[in-house]
Ligand binder design. Structure first.
Ligand SMILES: [Zn+2]
Length: 518
């Protein structure tokens, strides 16, 4: 019966592991004080700033050691007993006299703060002051994530959204307890990151003259934009305050038309290239035979590693046609010299060489599942998106690591008729046939948004929400605690929260229309 009562009152996404609702309420007021320890000063500030706009309260922050019988306190504290806590886990205790959030790390406490946020009425999301009573039910919550990789990927090559939109996404990711932002910064249709040694990458590669529309005509609407290294550092800092690691993707050796437009000598044949105005798989890729191509990639990655502290660097590796390599004397010479069997091996040679370079710099390579091969270096992380699940399962059974982004459930750019909400929700990243002893090799789950046909923020948000909430729950909540009907009930209040944050989303009528019995 307790469970039913909890479900009625408590509406949290992703669903916590253990919720126990008790008698009584806690009410935030003028006298409420945040008490904390030096290690949690930033999280205390974050909580204060979260509460201020809607409540109009400027909560005082004081040192926990000064606690002397205060009532109406919010205590944030570190409890370092790892037997009790997952590093991302927390305990949240709400009683009439006060609130306590405990974690073994600041990250755990941060997630406790976001759960607390959802205990408050939805109006807490308002950006202007609302006169109402800020009460929440007395509750005991214990919580920790199922996976340590809960990711979201945004493609800014095809369309560029810019700093403010990325920060808005990072804010909502944090509130849903995501911890990885995978940033797809380069592709055929645009190069979006400043590289000081190769200024033409952005001078030429960040601009295209238009996009081929559905009637196969160039629309003539120029698309451009890129991030300076300074702006990227600012965004990385913003993400870090929200415990989100940013993983940059520099897609090579395919999807490089924008780079070739700037530096055509990196191709097999040379010549003249334009930043691509249509979408698909292009035959012009980097030449694997020329040493200067490896110099180029290492120079680019050196600058990328200067900026991004992430251990993992994504190099794409998807959708690479071998047509040009077959006809290129340099590529054929490489095949002979390295004793490779075919052009397939040429990509493995390429990936391994980049992987070894990254390893020598204390980093680790990640790529889409096309990089898989029996000769691939062991520490490479595979991101599964489509087709070769059996090959991916072999990789996992060889104790190698994978992140799951199954296209038919987790590509949020698809319309709701192709991927209805319940399909995303019910998808589980652990394949049923996989023996439990290999489960640890799956780091977690990542939703992706490719933006070929997404030109503005309203459309972007409409595709992402509410399906990203379903991915958040799969990444965090144990499989046996998930339930679609319960999710839909909790979603009602979360959609109100999104509306108050001025985030667009598909309405219940829009996303339920396409649900089929799965
Ligand atoms: Zn070549």
């Amino acid at each position: 019966m307790m469970e039913t009562k909890s479900n009625d009152i408590i509406s949290i996404i992703p669903k916590p592991i253990k919720v126990d609702v008790k008698q009584g309420i806690f009410t935030l007021n003028n006298n409420t004080v945040i008490l904390t320890v030096p290690d949690l000063k930033k999280q205390a500030e974050y909580l204060k700033n979260l509460m201020a706009p809607a409540t109009g309260l400027e909560l005082d922050i004081e040192d926990l050691s000064k606690k002397d019988g205060n009532i109406n306190t919010i205590i944030l504290n570190i409890e370092e007993n790892e037997k009790v806590f997952n590093p991302e886990g927390y305990k949240l205790e709400v009683s009439q006299g006060g609130i306590e959030i405990l974690g073994s790390t600041p990250q755990g406490v941060f997630y406790g703060i976001h759960t607390l946020r959802q205990l408050f009425p939805v109006e807490i999301e308002s950006s202007s002051k609302i006169d109402m009573e800020w009460s929440i039910p007395c509750t005991s919550i214990e919580d920790s994530p199922r996976f340590f990789w809960r990711g979201f990927m945004l493609d800014e090559s095809r369309h560029f959204f810019g700093k403010d939109i990325v920060k808005k996404m990072l804010d909502v990711m944090a509130s849903l307890k995501f911890n990885v932002f995978h940033w797809h910064l380069t592709d055929d249709q645009g190069w979006r990151i400043e590289i000081k040694k190769y200024p033409l990458l952005t001078e030429i590669g960040s601009k295209r003259k238009g996009t081929i529309n559905s009637r196969k005509k160039l629309d003539g609407i120029p698309i451009s934009g890129y991030y300076t290294q300074e702006e990227i550092r600012e965004i990385i800092g913003y993400a870090a305050e929200r415990f989100i690691t940013i993983i940059p993707e520099i897609d090579v050796p395919g999807h490089v038309k924008a780079a070739l437009a700037a530096y055509p000598e990196l191709s097999c044949k040379g010549g003249s290239f334009e930043v691509c105005t249509h979408f698909g798989i292009l035959e012009d890729v980097l030449c694997i035979g020329k040493e200067k191509v490896f110099d180029f990639i290492q120079d680019v990655l050196n600058e990328v590693m200067e900026i991004f502290p992430s251990e993992i660097i994504h190099i794409g590796g998807d959708e690479v046609p071998r047509t040009r390599w077959k006809e290129c004397s340099d590529c054929q010479a490489r095949i002979n010299k390295e004793g490779l069997e075919s052009e397939v091996d040429l990509q493995v040679y390429f990936t391994n060489r980049i992987a070894n370079f990254l390893t020598s710099q204390g980093r680790r390579l990640m790529g889409w599942n096309e990089i898989l091969n029996k000769n691939l270096v062991k520490n490479a992380i595979c991101q599964y998106w489509e087709n070769n699940l059996n090959e991916v399962l072999e990789h996992i059974k060889n104790n190698r690591n994978t992140v799951i982004s199954e296209r038919v459930a987790l590509y949020l750019n698809y319309r709701y008729d192709l991927i209805p909400l319940n399909k995303t929700y019910k998808y589980d990243p652990i394949p049923e046939e996989l023996d439990i002893k290999f489960h640890k090799n799956i780091f977690g789950i990542e939703a992706c948004v490719w933006t070929e046909h997404i030109t503005n923020i309203k459309e972007l948000e409409w595709r992402i929400f509410p399906r990203l909430l379903a991915v958040a729950e799969t990444g965090w909540t144990p499989k046996n605690k998930k339930d679609f009907q319960s999710f839909l009930t909790r979603l009602d209040s979360y959609l109100q929260r999104l509306a108050l944050q001025k985030i667009n989303f598909a309405t219940k009528d829009e996303f339920r229309k396409y649900e089929k019995t799965l």
